[in-house]
Write a protein that binds this ligand. Sequence first.
Ligand code: SF4
Length: 235
Amino acid sequence: MCSRYGISERVEQYISSYGWNRQLIAGDVRPQDMAPVLARQGNMVAALPMAWGMHNPKTGQLIINAREESAAGKAMFSRSLRTQRCILPAEKFYEWDAAGHKVTFQREDDSLLHLCGIYRYEGAVPCFVILTKAADSMAIKGIGEETADVILLYAFREPVFVLDAYTRRILARMGATMQNDDERRAYFVKDLLNNSAVYGAYHWLLLEQGKRYCKKCPVCDECPLHDDCGKHLDR
Ligand code: SF4
């Protein structure tokens, strides 16, 4: 979740059933904008205008999102998390990829999104932040772990070790004894610089090794790992 989300006439229609009777300007909501928020008022849920962003009391900095994993441990959010939760109806939200391209997220069935938030009053103004969590590309239908890792590494420049069938085969033939992918990944990652370019280069080197030499029928006599490989030494 980045610093922009979209609302539409459909949002206005939806929140009118929660008592919203103001004019809503459809378009993108930005930090500090007033946006419609659903929050409990007594025994009812009502649609209220709130400002996006809370100010850090120490630095004055505007904070627009809170990570759900850590919000409970932060003084700035903990009380709101316990007592002042809210929902932000939205049509879509955006992310920007590493190359600066805007990516729009909407529900597949075209229904509205309900973003989770918390709020508090700064003076007379109710202000909210959106609760976010770490990206989980595995949640996308049809995306397996390897594809998700490839997307994270090459599209988002995250230092993620891509573990594929080539890597498993090379390790097995060389005599490695790891029992699962976590152990295989840990074996490589422990000595790698935390840098996506390094992870990318490593992935490509293993891919080339698997395609050129360590194929289904290995070309051991030409292989650069020839002298260290368990499979070759067993022959
Ligand atoms: S020596 Fe043969 S089995 Fe070993 S890594 Fe090279 S190609 Fe694969």
